[in-house]
Design a protein around this ligand. Structure first.
Ligand code: SF4
Ligand code: SF4
Length: 501
């Protein structure tokens, strides 16, 4: 329309005395913000294109740059803040659905920050994890109701296939396409080094990554992209994706611009075509239908691999989980409404679903009440940010956690939240070869291994402080948790007492 309705969100602050005109910033910014004015021998910027990814700031050799949030605000009030007004302007200009990436940024309560962990004092000694054994290994899958042994003490009952994790954390689903080859390689190699798993998401498995199969969870989503027998055979477990926390109720969308030759081959779709997965699985309209798919996958993989069913945390999640636990699935993965995404409609990301903390507590309780908790393991994700969140999740009833945003941060993501543009300056959410090579898989692997090694130490310290020496003893141990500043309804759903009680 020709009218610029708003001042750019970020300002580039350049110290001209420090700037040596090396133009590193211009070469590093895929959004083409910086440019050199030869006549005036000055570096200039088009701030309207800046997404505050901090790449230029980090690489400027003389620290001449700063990106600051503009304090030029629209005329906001308590009802209409600047962001809301901006969004109306954008839609009035484009006529389109607003797209966003990463997790829900709205100010809903983060229950992890309102839950505190217990520590032993005097009567129940704490355990020193540096001097005493501490078990963080976890087995995911259906557990037998009773254990029988023969005269030699060997187990008589047959165990269903299990996933063995050296620590209760796995890398959540991120498809090749939404993230780069180098990001996938880093996740795959880190999972192998750590003794845990990464997840293909709905993008299929690149031929180079079959070698990491024993540490790979392969996903079957509604679009069935890249799904074939060898793919399912390659993984250690198969995950049926029914929903995702960032966009419950809808399918995925990878724009055709990101579907290059490699991705087209891996996903088994034409090059340059949009990869749009349908909202529902067109063969699943009931728990009975889900059961059929679970058993088809088990048949196709010789009953050797656990089957995971992943759902988004929504209002009646406890009843849904109860159905899944009866469907023959071995593991239920629940994704909370803060979970990340490469691209989602903003309104859905910010308004649909429920917090993972409440969903987890409700599901664990329901499965216990119905006597079927042992039928399945529970894995939760959707903004697990630290080892303390992991410990709280396990005490609320989870067997393990999925992380994705934290893993991307370890790889260098600066949460600029523009993954959908495909121009990730950190080489993560992009398919542009010149950007992809910015992420070194050796370094990426090492940083992921460091992150989870550090978390595992902290998990052991937190458990030791509680006087608990295994994840198994922590799981569902809600006596170890107290709430602060929570309502009676929130405490009841979480199944914990208030601090001081
Ligand atoms: S988009 Fe990133 S690299 Fe480009 S100017 Fe902004 S902060 Fe710097
Ligand atoms: S992955 Fe890249 S584009 Fe996405 S939020 Fe992180 S830095 Fe930004």
């Amino acid at each position: 329309m020709g009218i610029n309705f708003f001042y750019p969100e970020f300002e580039v602050v350049r110290n001209d005395l420090r700037c040596i005109r090396c133009q590193v910033c211009a070469r590093q910014c895929a959004n083409e913000v910086h440019f050199y004015d030869e006549k005036r021998d000055l570096m200039l910027s088009d701030e309207s294109k800046c997404v505050n990814c901090q790449r230029c700031v980090s690489l400027c050799p003389t620290r001449a740059l700063k990106i600051v949030k503009s304090n030029c605000r629209l005329r906001e009030n308590a009802n209409w803040d600047s962001d809301t007004i901006r969004e109306v302007y954008k839609q009035a200009g484009s006529g389109g659905v607003l797209l966003s990436s990463m997790g829900n940024p709205k100010k809903y309560p983060v229950y992890w920050d309102k839950i505190l962990i217990n520590a032993s004092q005097v009567t129940n000694p704490s355990i020193d994890p540096l001097r005493e054994p501490m078990e963080t290994r976890v087995f995911l899958g259906k557990k037998p109701q009773t254990l029988e042994r023969d005269e030699d003490g060997k187990l008589k009952c047959e165990l269903t296939p299990q996933l063995e994790l050296s620590l209760p954390v796995m890398f959540s689903a991120m498809s090749y396409g939404s993230i780069s080859y180098n990001a996938h390689e880093s996740l795959a190699r880190a999972a192998r080094e750590l003794g845990t798993y990464y997840n293909t998401g709905e993008g299929g498995l690149h031929e180079d990554f079959y070698v990491y199969g024993p540490n790979t969870i392969v996903q079957v989503a509604s679009g069935r992209f890249g799904v074939h027998r060898d793919y399912m055979e390659a993984g250690a477990a198969v995950e049926i994706k029914m929903g995702q926390g960032a966009k419950p109720g809808i399918g995925g969308h990878l724009p055709g611009t990101k579907v290059g030759a490699d991705i087209s081959r891996t996903r088994m779709i034409p090059e340059g075509s949009d990869a749009i997965s349908p909202a529902p699985h067109h063969d699943i309209y009931s728990i009975e239908d889900l059961r059929q798919l679970v058993y088809s996958i088990k048949e196709a993989t010789g009953h050797k691999k656990p089957v995971i069913v992943k759902v988004a945390a929504v209002h009646n999640i406890a009843a849904i989980a109860s159905g899944i636990a009866r469907s023959g699935a071995d593991i239920i993965a629940i994704d909370g409404f803060r979970g990340g995404t490469g691209a989602a409609p903003t309104r859905i990301r910010d308004s649909v679903g429920i917090p993972i903390e409440l969903a987890l507590a409700a599901v664990d309780q329901r499965l216990r009440d119905e006597g079927i908790r042992g039928n399945v393991s529970l894995v939760v994700g959707g903004s697990i940010r630290s080892s303390a969140d992991v410990v709280k999740a396990i005490a609320l009833g989870a067997d393990a956690c999925y992380i994705a945003t934290a893993a991307l941060l370890a790889l260098g993501c600066h949460l600029c939240r523009t993954c959908q543009s495909g121009k990730c300056n950190w080489g993560i959410a992009t398919q542009k070869p010149e950007l992809v090579k910015r992420l070194n898989p050796d370094m990426g692997t090492q940083r992921l291994v460091n992150l989870l090694t550090a978390w595992n130490h902290e998990i052991k310290e937190l458990m030791g402080g509680m006087g608990i020496n295994s994840i198994e003893a922590l799981r569902g141990n809600r006596l170890m948790l107290r709430g602060v500043g929570l309502t009676d309804a929130e405490l009841r759903i979480l199944g914990i007492s208030h601090a001081g009680e």
